[in-house]
Design a protein around this ligand. Structure first.
Ligand code: UDX
Length: 436
């Protein structure tokens, strides 16, 4: 194995995870961030993100000095063979990609590289970014470098596992030297060569957008079919199961619910729609999937409100789950935000529990929500229970306690984690998605 000196620019969900994992497979990693407080917290073991298994490998590799944190980019880049750009690329108001952080990182890298360095776009960047980055850096330094596109496909909640067991590693580059470095970097993972797709930069950048947008289209597709299933009395979970038995469709990302959230799907869909518009192409399916996602969230809020004829002022709702998906503390674009805000509009009171996302939720809802320390605690004085995230620990609750505590004896299940018959046997009413 050829140990590489690696610099990671940005210590968020992607940067911290790939930095820790690269150090865990034997490379010497320096993670750079402008936020010194965040770096100090990480060194002390207080990670800003929850990812299964991450804190262990961070601590282990800090101890063996494979993983280092610095707010000096010259320290991070000193002697670096490979530098990953892993800063945030959020959406602008008009849906285009906010490249501010990426551009700042590029300039800092250009000013601080001292030897041939492979500069890797890990952040999801607009198609054509690699060429743009190369032009910008060429204007700022004479030091040799290559720019590579190497999109991340990590799923939050299984990011460490996904890094160590990738289904695919896509590398977009036209430089054989850069490719050699990248293959040496990934070599310790002992991946079969079929796992690698080596292509040009633009194709690599497009694979990322096209993949995320397609997964989101699948989800919006099943959520639209769910709306119809409810009206005609079909069972969406069985429709999904039946569809998924065709391996051309596949069963994954076909679970009806209250829509998709997260920092990737919404932003990447808006981005590729805008990239297309700038190239006189209209991506109707992806645009429709975005609108359908907003409708999925709205539909679920309307279900709760119309059950009460919109008279929910002062009613207490127990909410289980705030994060955009289980096994993460992340609330970015979480459906829970839109649904809870809609209930607030009609004067509802929310008592919420989430295993990991309460700290993040407080930054969004401030004290508008009261936070419980357990799912059971939310039930005190509550009229109804609302499930917004399908955390494993919600799936086998004490239904007798729910029946005893809820004034209106009803559960609104946005993720179809329960079965109607079961709740009926506990004298509980049940409203969910895509089945009656
Ligand atoms: C996604 C992509 O899956 C990953 O490859 C990419 O690198 C980053 O974005 P992530 O956003 O972490 O990963 O979560 P994911 O598991 O994809 O779920 C995204 C959203 O879709 C969540 O809100 C989830 O609740 C929702 N979802 C997912 C459904 O509503 N139904 C499904 O069947 C699957």
């Amino acid at each position: 194995m050829k140990m590489k000196n690696v610099a990671i620019i940005g210590t968020g969900y992607v940067g911290l995870t790939i930095g820790a994992c690269l150090s865990d497979i034997g490379h010497k990693v320096f993670c750079y961030d402008t936020n010194s407080i965040k770096l100090e917290d990480i060194k002390k073991g207080n990670l800003p993100i929850y990812e299964k298994g991450l804190d262990e490998i961070v601590q282990k590799n800090i101890l063996n000095k494979n993983l280092n944190f610095t707010n000096s980019i010259s320290v991070a880049l000193n002697n670096a063979d490979i530098c990953f750009i892993a800063v945030g690329t959020p959406s602008n108001a008009d849906g285009t990609v906010d490249e501010t952080a990426v551009n700042e990182a590029i300039v800092e890298i250009a000013k601080n590289i001292t030897k041939y360095t492979v500069i890797v776009n890990k952040s999801t960047v607009p198609i054509g970014s690699a060429q743009k980055t190369e032009k910008l850096i060429k204007r700022l330094t004479k030091v040799p470098f290559d720019v590579v596109s190497n999109p991340e496909f990590l799923r939050q909640g299984s990011a460490v596992y996904d890094f160590l067991n990738p289904e695919r590693v896509v590398i977009g580059t036209s430089s054989s030297n850069a490719l050699k470095n990248m293959m040496e970097l990934y070599e310790p993972l002992n991946l079969a060569k079929e796992k690698f797709l080596i292509t040009d930069e633009k194709t690599s950048e497009m694979i990322k957008y096209a993949s995320n947008a397609f997964l989101a289209v699948k989800i919006s597709y099943i959520n639209e079919i769910a709306s119809l299933a409810e009206k005609i009395g079909a069972n969406i979970d069985l429709v999904s199961k039946g569809m998924g038995m065709d391996d051309r469709i596949g069963s994954k990302f076909l679970k009806a619910g209250i829509g998709f959230g997260g920092s990737c799907f919404p932003k990447d869909m808006k981005a590729i729609v805008n990239i297309a518009k700038n190239n006189d192409v209209e991506l109707k399916i992806i645009s429709s999937a975005l609108s359908a996602n907003a409708i999925a969230k709205e539909n679920f809020a309307q279900k709760i409100l119309s059950f009460y004829n919109f008279n929910v002022r002062g009613k207490i709702f127990a909410v289980w789950g705030l994060s955009f998906k289980p096994e993460t503390n992340d609330l970015r674009e979480a459906p829970s935000i839109d649904i809870i805000e809609k209930l607030f509009e009609y004067g509802a009171i929310i008592k919420a529990y989430d295993p990991k996302a309460v700290q993040e939720a407080k930054k969004i809802f401030l004290d508008k929500i009261s936070y419980s320390n357990s799912k059971e605690e939310t039930l005190e004085n509550a009229s109804a229970l609302i499930i917004l995230t399908e955390w494993e620990e919600f799936k086998s609750p004490d239904f007798n306690l729910i029946q005893e505590k809820l004034k209106d004896k009803i559960v609104f299940d946005g993720r179809n984690i329960f079965e109607k018959e079961k709740l009926k046997s506990y004298n509980l009413d049940y409203i969910c998605v895509g089945k009656n």
